[in-house]
Design a protein around this ligand. Sequence first.
Ligand code: G1P
Length: 298
Amino acid sequence: MTPKVTKAIFPVAGLGTRFLPATKSIPKEIMTLVDRPLIQYAIDEARAAGIEEFIFVTSRGKSALEDYFDRAPELEAALEAKGKHALLDELHKTDMPSGAIAYVRQAEPLGLGHAVWCARRMVGPDEPVAVLLPDDVIAAERPCLRQMIDAYEGTGGSMVAAMEVTREMTSAYGILDIEEDMSRLVSVRGMVEKPRPEDAPSNLAVIGRYILSPHVMRSLDSQKPGAGGEIQLTDAIAAEIAAGRPVHGVRFEGQRFDCGSKAGFLQATVAFGLARDELRDEFQAFLADVTSSRLAAQ
Ligand code: G1P
């Protein structure tokens, strides 16, 4: 039996410079897709996958994130007094039980591997842990992490979410060297962080969802800076393979949006907007209109 995955780490310490000036005063993870902050999508995905404990690796200026997960008694009372029960229900969907969320600070921006390592004291020595990067928003019928945990129950070891990218894009991702391709599942014999297209072992990229075996956390204890001078999670997982422990990739079913980029964020806004019953007709009409008038102007 593989040990159950009940804890997840959310690295949210980044400065979000790509979204300046907005991120001067709000954390990137609080930026909203339709009406929910980015972080809510990651939390909901984790909850749907059976995660019960949530560890945020934060930094200075992220207090809005902590407040977001706190109860809002005055707001609740005001909604109650006005009989706005539908809104109250919406609000309660974001409730987190006391003690389910923990925050730990990353004192210096030394890379994703370092951010994950900052949570080491909150994960038991024999416990696997999930990692979700909230920038990667994945719309899926069965949540991506759920798909991964189901696969992990058969394989054990470590698991990453995987998706084909174009050759030119390999330098933006961790890339898998495939040992055996079993269609949805691949076994991995190597992993490289952000290789140049000509050096990439494949075009199968790691997307920001991981299940880490307890060894990965230990190997992060001694991980040296890698690509970009940062301590890379990719390198710590690659060390697993070198030590003879299993690492797999799951080609997940669903659509991934790179909400760490402006174009990706806009695409997600359109997709999630169109997915809402109450917005669809008006929004669709607007999009048709704006597209045709732009074409007409050319
Ligand atoms: C991180 C990881 C990379 C992964 C990517 C997925 O990179 O280091 O391996 O492919 O997330 O989004 P970042 O986008 O933080 O540079």
